[in-house]
Design a protein around this ligand. Structure first.
Ligand SMILES: *Cc1c(COP(=O)(O)O)cnc(C)c1O
Length: 414
């Protein structure tokens, strides 16, 4: 099994080359060349699923023994399936140390990088609108030979999120950018486009363009299935921003996961729902919403999903549908989840809930964050704010440096 570019003009590479390269030399994203079939008995745990799902992808760069160790350290929490009524289930992906589903991908990637580094210094660059930065800081803090550099937009992340990003210090460098999230992404892209800089500092991306973040997200779809009644064929409903989570799902189906379908749910940043309807991919203006982790105008992983269906719109439409909802609809969904099922959901999960309505048969709502992370919005709607049992935020002092959006990262990295 090799990794090939979505653009098809790069050589096929091994897992290690794909991870260390971050993106393919032709500018495309790395995707697996094949998807080995797996099958699990009901009740199978996440560790066992992780070993079986991931072994063919990481081989031969990582031995089965090392993989087992990586998974043991990365997946220290489960993905429980909570039943709300006969057909509605919530897959809770927020029981990791930063209370968002990104812990699955980022913690796996951190252990993989540790395995690959072999005494060489690498710098992990990440642009974040909030959740990714916190997960990266927590996962890479204290990893030897790694410098984690996180760019986040000034005054545009919540106080909890800033603490999660800048609270560690040591090998984690938090850069507060005087600009917006697009500026952060642009600065990271510019650094990667600078071949000298990239080589000199062994730059890697920890955004979900990196295949090491994506593959572990296949595992929790199988874990969900293992908790359902045997023989179910559920529809998975996924709140989507950069479409990395959904990519994990469609890859799982390729590997044999029984699924009736996938529904991607977006907020007003709705390029994908519009595309599936009209056939025209037209990036709209960036819209700020209450589901800020889904505020992505041009999702980076969507091309991976298109590649899986050979860039054929009809095949894509048959596999995935997409719906968009407004903030007002999301708040109403959060209220109904609370009143009808006694379930307190974070805004992103509530957004996804709307996408489950009107779908027959068993359906799994993929829940991406703990409601306690969004106290303002959740408290407004439910008057019940669950407390996060523990959140990794470092030593509670902000270790941050400011940088202007017009500056490049070179001066800073040297
Ligand atoms: C990142 C994130 C999303 C979007 O996930 P993608 O993989 O980017 O589609 C949704 N909800 C929360 C809470 C997130 O952190």
């Amino acid at each position: 099994l090799k990794f090939v570019s979505t653009k098809g003009f790069s050589e096929a590479v091994s897992f290690k080359e794909a991870v260390l390269g971050s993106v393919a030399t032709d500018g495309g994203l790395y995707v697996p060349s094949s998807f080995p079939a797996v099958e699990f008995a009901p009740g199978t745990g996440l560790q066992m699923i992780g070993r079986a799902v991931l072994a063919p992808y990481v081989s031969p760069d990582i031995s089965e023994e090392d993989l087992a160790g990586i998974i043991e350290k990365a997946f220290t929490f489960d993905a429980p399936l909570v039943q709300l009524d006969k057909y509605l289930y919530v897959l809770e992906l927020f029981h990791g140390p930063t209370a968002a589903f990104k812990d699955f991908g980022v913690r796996f990637m951190a252990r993989v990088i540790e395995n690959f580094a072999e005494g060489q210094e690498v710098s992990i660059l990440t642009a974040t609108s909030g959740d990714t930065g916190g997960a990266v800081a927590a996962a890479f803090h204290g990893v030897p030979n790694v410098r984690g550099i996180i760019l986040y937009p000034k005054n545009k992340v919540s106080p909890i999120q800033e603490m999660q990003i800048a609270g560690f210090g040591d090998n984690i460098i938090a850069l507060e950018v005087d600009g917006n999230f697009d500026d952060c992404q642009r600065m990271v892209r510019a650094a990667f486009a600078d071949a000298d800089l990239r080589k000199q500092h062994s730059l890697l991306s920890a955004n979900s363009i990196n295949i090491a973040r994506l593959l572990p997200q296949i595992c929790y779809y199988f874990r969900a299935y293992a908790q359902l009644e045997a023989g179910s064929k559920p529809t998975f409903v996924v709140p989507s921003g950069n479409f990395g989570n959904l990519t994990g799902g469609v890859y799982a189906r390729k590997m044999g996961l029984p699924a009736a379908g996938f529904v991607a749910v977006t907020n007003a940043n709705d390029v994908v729902p519009r595309y599936l309807k009209s056939g025209e991919y037209k990036v709209g203006a960036f819209v700020e919403t209450l589901t800020n982790a889904m505020d992505i105008a041009d999702p980076s992983n969507f091309t991976r999903i298109e590649a899986l269906y050979s860039f054929n719109l009809e095949r894509l439409r048959a596999a995935v549908s997409a719906r968009r909802f407004t903030d007002a609809q999301m708040l109403d969904g959060m209220k109904r989840l609370y009143e009808d099922y006694g379930y307190v959901a974070d805004p992103h999960t509530a957004q996804g809930f709307l996408g489950t309505e009107g779908i027959d048969g068993p359906k799994v709502l993929v829940s991406t964050a703990h409601p306690g992370k969004f106290r303002e919005t959740v408290g407004q709607v439910t008057r019940n704010i669950p407390v996060i049992a523990s959140l990794e935020i470092g030593n509670k002092l902000l270790h941050k440096q400011s940088i202007d959006a017009r500056d490049g990262l070179r001066a800073f990295l040297d």
